[in-house]
Design a protein around this ligand. Structure first.
Ligand SMILES: Nc1c(NC[C@H](O)[C@H](O)[C@H](O)CO)[nH]c(=O)[nH]c1=O
Ligand SMILES: CC(=O)[C@@H](O)COP(=O)(O)O
Length: 160
């Protein structure tokens, strides 16, 4: 398995832009909070680590990952928000419900990002099991919340 023994949160932090005056929205799904709480903490602490101001990080919860798209649209259309980070965890159940949620959120967040011309980061785990999720929320495979925050920071440095 490609990720079997890897920390998936290893990333370059060179040449990051100055984010001291940037405003970040973080949307956190309440479903599977034992996973989304550490994902959020990873994202929040990573933003602070690389220079974001606490008062410029705006946090809201939504009931589930499916609601992240609408929550992201509300955040992205706010003029003071520079980037949106969406945190969720959709664990495969007995039916194909998880597939519909995951596909809807992936497409929805992409549409919001393009519509409002702002980075909207997909920090949603789509594991088969709770353990796979915990492994990626501060466990042996790192923290996808950290990755989501670094991705938001890097995207703020992308311009033409
Ligand atoms: N099963 C999971 C859900 N389900 C709830 C949906 O996200 C949504 O809130 C509901 O369908 C009403 O619109 N959400 C997760 O984030 N993770 C899950 O595992
Ligand atoms: C997607 C989920 O984990 C939750 O809605 C339960 O799914 P299922 O009804 O397929 O077990």
């Amino acid at each position: 398995m490609a990720s079997e023994h890897k920390n998936l949160s290893v990333f370059s932090t060179e040449n990051l832009p100055d984010i001291s005056e940037k405003h970040f929205a973080i949307l956190v799904a309440e479903w599977n909070s034992e996973v989304t709480d550490p994902l959020f903490s990873g994202a929040y602490q990573t933003l602070l680590r690389f220079g974001a101001k606490e008062e410029f990080i705006h946090v809201q919860t939504v009931p589930g990952s499916y609601e992240l798209s609408y929550g992201a649209a509300l955040a992205a259309q706010a003029s003071h928000i520079d980037a949106v980070i969406c945190i969720g965890c959709v664990i495969q159940g007995e039916t194909r419900h998880n597939d519909y949620i995951n596909n809807a959120v992936a497409h929805g967040l992409t549409q919001v990002s393009i519509q409002y011309n702002k980075p909207v980061i997909f920090g949603v785990l789509t594991p088969n099991t709770l353990q796979q999720a915990l492994d990626r929320a501060g466990g042996k495979h790192g923290n996808k919340g950290d990755e989501a925050a670094i991705t938001a920071i890097k995207m703020l440095g992308v311009s033409f």
